[in-house]
Design a protein. Sequence first.
Length: 233
Amino acid sequence: MTRPRNPLLVELPLLVWLVLVWGALWGDFRAGNLVFGALLALLVTWVLYLPPVQLSGRFNPVHFALFTATFVWQVAKASFEVLLVALLVGPRTRNAVVGVQLRTRSDLLLTATGHTMTLIPGSLVIEVDRANGTLYFHALNVRTPEQAEDFRRAVLRIEAAWIRIMGTREELAALRAERRPGTGRAQDSAAIRAPITSQQQIVRGRGDDDGAAAETTDRPAGQAVPGTEEDRP
C-alpha cells in the first residue's frame, strides 16, 4: 500500500532549505545554480521519499535545559575516565558488547538515545534492533556483570531524559509509573554472541530483578561461549 505524499506546500520549507544548502555548498547563489538546486531538491523529496518521523506533539524546555547541563557534565566526566583507563589500564582493557532494550519504540527517541550515548566517550552504538527497540553498544572497560548493569541503567536514564523532553504522554505516564512503590520494570538486555575477539567481553543483562551474567572469553571469533557458570567444565 502506497502512503500518500505530502502536498507541495507542506514540503516547501524543506525545499527552500535544500536549495539554500546547495547554494552554500557551491558558494554560488546565482539564479541558474539555485534553479538547478531546486530541481535536485524536488528529485530528492519525490523520488527518494522517506516515511515521516512521528512526533509526540510535546516539548519540555525545562527538562531540555536540565538535560543539556547534565550531558555536558557527563561528557567531561567520561572524558577524564577514558583518559585514566588509557593511562592506567592500557592494552589490558576489556570491553563489552551490551544490548539494552528501551522502553520506547519511537524512531526519534531511539536515535536520540543512541546518539547521546555515542557522544559520551567510552560507548558506541554498533547495532540497532528497531523492531524490538534494542540498542547494542560497545562499552569501554566493562569487566563485571555489575558494571554491565551500571552501563545499562545509564542508557535507560538517558532514554528517560528524552522521554521527559519530547516523549508521548503515554510514554511519560509509563515512566512516572515506574517510580511508584510496588511497580518494577523487568528489562531484559540481550548481547551479541558472535563474532567476538579475544579482548571482548560478552555481557547479557537479565533484568532488574534477577541481576546479570557476564562471560569473558579468549576463544577465537565465532566460537560458542558457555552461557552460565554451570556450563563450564
